[in-house]
Design a protein around this ligand. Sequence first.
Ligand code: NAD
Ligand code: UD1
Length: 337
Amino acid sequence: MAILVTGGAGYIGSHTVLALLERGDDVIVLDNLSNASRESLSRVEKLAGKSAVFCEGDILDRACLRDIFASHNITAVIHFAGLKAVGESTRKPLEYYENNVSGTVVLLEEMRSAGIYQFIFSSSATVYGANAPVPYVETTPIGGTTSPYGTSKLMVEQILQDYAKADCNFRAIALRYFNPVGAHESGEIGEDPNGIPNNLLPYIAQVAIGRLEKLGIFGDDYDTPDGTGVRDYIHVVDLAEGHLKALDHLTAIDGYKAFNLGAGKGYSVLEMVKAFEHASGRKVPYQISPRRDGDLAAFWADAALADQELNWRVTRGIDAMMRDTWNWQSKNPQGYK
Ligand code: NAD
Ligand code: UD1
């Protein structure tokens, strides 16, 4: 019995592959390396003392999928592969819909042909759209997404729900991630964005290491305690563990179910900067910049459902997030290069 992990060489995928290997699962990774390097998996294998089977290929490539399903006894798929840059998705909507939506449909079709029906999907808090009340609860209607990226996640959730309704063999869990940050505590694997980071913590870390001059804080006039944006940051190792819990829960659900994976607590940009400075002992120079288009003032998860049903909750707080981010960044100033 083995688990197929698409996008398993990427940031969240590599941490999840490590957790799977550590608990003794056999793992097949399918990744086209469009946003990752083989090095992440080499390091995962070193940490685990065990190998995963690596297939360099694309989820849109049916022949490649057929070959993988025919060669391994795969029981479930954890599907991370996809494009994830919100801004880029507004400039390249077709690429995002093809990769994230068509790619998922192709994968599901080939799984069905191979008789594989267990599926974990990387969704995002962004499916709640711009007007949902906080904290976000799974019972809040989703929709009103503001980018092709967000809409691609929404569409896949709908596809999974419809497929589960039509075929009682199929079981899917959508995990709605809040803001994943941090790195494995070894400092061997972590987030290695291409080019200038879009997200807050990689940006802060690259300022601290001297790759970038200063952080721009996107607005200090939001209706939040200190005026800067508030988000629910979640340590990537906690997030990885959530996937294992979800995998074990698939047989207990009725077709399809979505869970928030978040800490249930928000931190502002300024709080994040201060916490990072404290953990790293480095100053993070910043300036207040205009608001970023599409940003929301504040959101965080209601994390109760995952706690009750998956028996999952975060165990790593802001200090661990900052310590592990800095450990990864300072050990690997240029990422995996
Ligand atoms: P990532 O870019 O590090 O990982 C995605 C991996 O998928 C990469 O290794 C990339 O090479 C691979 N890939 C992309 N398209 C592919 C294709 N067509 N075929 C095969 N491989 C392909 O991103 P991540 O941060 O690890 O995110 C993983 C998943 O979680 C994504 O679906 C993302 O949308 C979702 N997600 C991420 C965040 C976040 O903040 N990181 C938040 C919410 C949801
Ligand atoms: C972004 C995406 C979201 C995605 C999430 C996780 C946008 C508009 N939203 O969310 O869809 O699910 O990443 O990948 O891109 N900030 C700064 N300066 C920076 C970077 C960020 O002040 O250089 C602020 C932002 O305004 C925000 C907070 O830091 O208040 C977090 O930003 P970020 O890490 O980009 O995540 P989100 O905007 O929550």
